[in-house]
Ligand binder design. Structure first.
Ligand code: PLP
Length: 392
């Protein structure tokens, strides 16, 4: 139990009454040996579950050789991993970060430096209602959500927000000062709201026609979570810039900003940097995560697991009037209830199913990508039971 009066940690996270001391695959264990099925995965982070043997091995091997040298020096491993990322995506260049918000910051710098290079006065970045891009000043300025920005004014100028999945309001906001459009293909914190594939396709067309950069935030929905390596693949388009993090390290803190060669033309020597970004330990883990997830069989497994889970949840949706809607894509799923989502989330946890609440009264399921049918059946039983209890 964390008694906030006695804690030396800033109380930004509030009371935290659960503590796990061990993780194994899709399960977490408390000090009393209680076992929880982890459908939260450290907020869509532990893509390969807890303590995946190949990741443990990679980290232990690297820890014995070299931890950190900084970006003052060349790193063959870093180069190789960057090449792997590019081979598995639209990208031609990579900047390594330690988190999602840093990858967003980098992407915004890519945009600003691009238009500066081309000597064009384009400063406006369009974002969407319900967006979440992180907690830095640029991110809270971009997402324009008072929940994250109240009291931190003045925010950074240059961001304009329009309605999500609404072409009309997007078109209305675009002018010759528009530098970029920043979109989460599936909104995470905002309530697991997928952008319509037609909406994404139209955005791409607009970007091409009006000379605007397309910047995707796939920090949460990328890296296999949607059933494809990156979720933009579902819309058959490619962005100019993409922020990745969360699942990329399966629990090792890392992130990356991916870009086409053209879009990052302004990112020249000395213009940006990070002390830790692309550190030896992170690269060692990242390489193995990418090797495993980019495998076709792995991704088709994620796709079939997610379809199985989806089918079962849709059955529950029919059966339980408390479920307003089940939505999302792949293994990023939102259950929107009529009753309060925080109550539902807590009740699920009491029944040993970890989950994370999201915006718009949603309970989010983001299990490790390695779940199998037995894990899914176990989760469905708990959700069914919990919904019955709530109705009683
Ligand atoms: C979590 C998240 C971020 C921020 O990542 P941090 O690692 O917490 O900085 C940015 N964008 C999206 C879509 C996220 O889900």
């Amino acid at each position: 139990m964390n008694n906030s009066l006695k804690s030396y940690i800033m109380p930004t996270y509030g009371e935290r009454d659960l503590e796990f001391i061990k993780g194994d695959g899709c399960y977490l264990y408390t000090s009393r040996g209680e076992k929880y099925l982890d459908f939260a995965a450290g907020i869509a982070v532990n893509s390969l579950g807890h303590c995946h043997p190949k990741l443990v091995q990679a980290l232990q091997n690297q820890a014995k050789i070299l931890w950190h040298t900084s970006n003052l020096y060349h790193s063959t491993n870093q180069e190789e991993y960057a090449a792997m990322l590019c081979k598995n995506s639209f990208a031609e260049k990579v900047f390594f970060t330690n988190s999602g918000a840093e990858a967003i910051e980098c992407g915004i710098k890519v945009i600003r430096s691009y238009w500066n290079y081309h000597k064009k006065n384009k400063k406006k970045i369009i974002t969407f209602e319900g967006a979440f891009h992180g907690r830095t000043f640029a991110a809270i300025s971009a997402q324009k959500n008072l929940k994250y920005s109240k009291g931190f004014e003045p925010l950074l100028p240059g961001f304009v927000q329009v309605k999500f999945n609404d072409l009309y309001s997007l078109n209305k906001a675009i002018d010759d000062k528009t530098a970029a459009i920043l979109l989460e293909p599936i909104q995470g914190e905002g309530g697991i709201r997928p952008a319509d594939l037609d909406f994404i396709k139209s955005i791409k067309e607009i970007c091409l026609k009006k000379n605007i950069l397309l910047f995707l935030d796939e920090v949460q929905c990328g890296f296999g979570r949607s059933g494809k390596m990156f979720s933009y693949e579902w819309a058959n388009i490619e962005p100019d810039i993409l922020a990745s993090a969360k699942g990329i390290g399966s629990g090792f803190p890392m992130g990356a900003c991916l870009s086409t060669k053209e879009a990052c033309i302004g990112m020249t020597k000395g213009i940006h940097g990070s002390t830790y970004g692309g550190n030896s330990l992170a690269i060692a883990v990242g390489k193995v995560v990418l090797e495993i997830i980019s495998n076709k069989d792995f991704l088709s497994n994620v796709d079939s697991s997610s379809r199985y889970l989806w089918k079962k949840l849709k059955k529950l949706e029919k059966f339980h009037s408390n479920i307003y809607e089940v939505r999302g894509a792949g293994l990023l799923i939102g259950i929107k209830t009529k009753s309060n989502n925080l109550g539902f989330s807590k009740a699920l946890k009491t029944n040993k199913l970890l989950n994370v609440p999201a915006g718009d009264n949603v309970v989010r399921l983001a299990p490790p990508l390695i779940i199998n049918k037995e894990h899914i059946d176990e989760a469905i039983n708990i959700i069914d039971k919990t919904l019955k209890e709530i109705n009683d």
